[in-house]
Design a binder for this molecule. Structure first.
Ligand SMILES: Nc1ncnc2c1ncn2[C@@H]1O[C@H](COP(=O)(O)OP(=O)(O)OP(=O)(O)O)[C@@H](O)[C@H]1O
Ligand SMILES: [Mg+2]
Length: 230
């Protein structure tokens, strides 16, 4: 394995908050600036397959936007059709998450790329496997892979509570949080602008980017984004 390769885990204050959308923009920014940045996700629920067998998922979206030409199975270790938490999807469909497989596939991604962005599933509290053999939470993956994190949060109402609880949970588990990305941010909206300031005040963590609806780029440099990987 290339030991100089570095990783960053993207989590969020909840599911559907914008991890995939923002991950694609981070990778696009990095790759356009010349960084060899790749993507990995341990478990994806709710994948769809078209008539030709092509998979539509978070990974395929990120790969398309960021210009990553890699087969789906390299980007994701576990895929489930049912759009529920991986622990429940595995109970319904079989194929439960194995932490050693996740470590192996992440290490393979690190041999291929200088930087590897790892997208989480759901929010930070997410059971990946819960059966008679093993109880595995998402944070076990973050800790095992030795990753620091960034948190994607919505720019609007309720985000301060969600951010404070998410960042406290990370801290309680001993996981570093390097920054907050405020999604669906509208400049000029007093609530969004106050949330931007209060997010920093209440968590002590910098807001590294604000992403407007439909954004095609991030308002921070590739060099700064690359510095967040460890
Ligand atoms: N800034 C944005 N502008 C426009 N659409 C957005 C933006 N952010 C997110 N979306 C859309 O909102 C939906 C949810 O976003 P996304 O899939 O990125 O969430 P997620 O946190 O990755 O969800 P999951 O927990 O399922 O992985 C998607 O349809 C996405 O395209
Ligand atoms: Mg996603």
């Amino acid at each position: 394995m290339d030991t100089t390769s570095r990783g960053l885990f993207v989590t969020a204050t909840g599911t559907d908050v914008g991890k995939t959308y923002v991950s694609a923009l981070i990778l696009k920014q990095l790759r356009e600036a010349g960084y060899d940045a790749g993507y990995y996700k341990a478990a994806i629920s709710g994948i769809e397959t078209d008539d030709h067998g092509a998979i539509s998922s978070d990974a395929s979206y990120v790969a398309r936007v960021a210009g990553l030409d890699e087969p789906h199975e390299r980007l994701v270790s576990y895929t489930y059709r049912t759009a529920v938490s991986p622990h429940l999807a595995a109970r319904l469909e079989g194929n439960p998450v194995d932490l050693d497989v996740v470590q192996r596939d992440y290490d393979r991604a690190r041999t291929r790329h200088e930087l590897v962005l790892v997208e989480g599933s759901g929010g930070i509290v997410c059971p990946l496997r819960w059966d008679g053999k093993r109880r595995l939470m998402l944070e076990d993956v973050v800790l095992k892979l030795g990753l620091g994190t960034v948190v994607v949060a919505d720019a609007g109402l309720g985000t301060l509570n969600a951010l404070a609880t998410t960042t406290l949970y990370l801290a309680q588990r001993g996981i570093a949080c390097h920054g907050i990305l405020l999604n669906n941010y509208e400049a000029g909206n007093p609530l969004h602008e106050d949330n931007r300031l209060m997010a920093r005040e209440l968590t002590g963590i910098p807001v590294i980017a604000c992403i407007p609806p439909g954004a095609q780029d991030l308002d921070c440099s590739a060099r700064y984004l690359a510095s967040l990987f460890n």
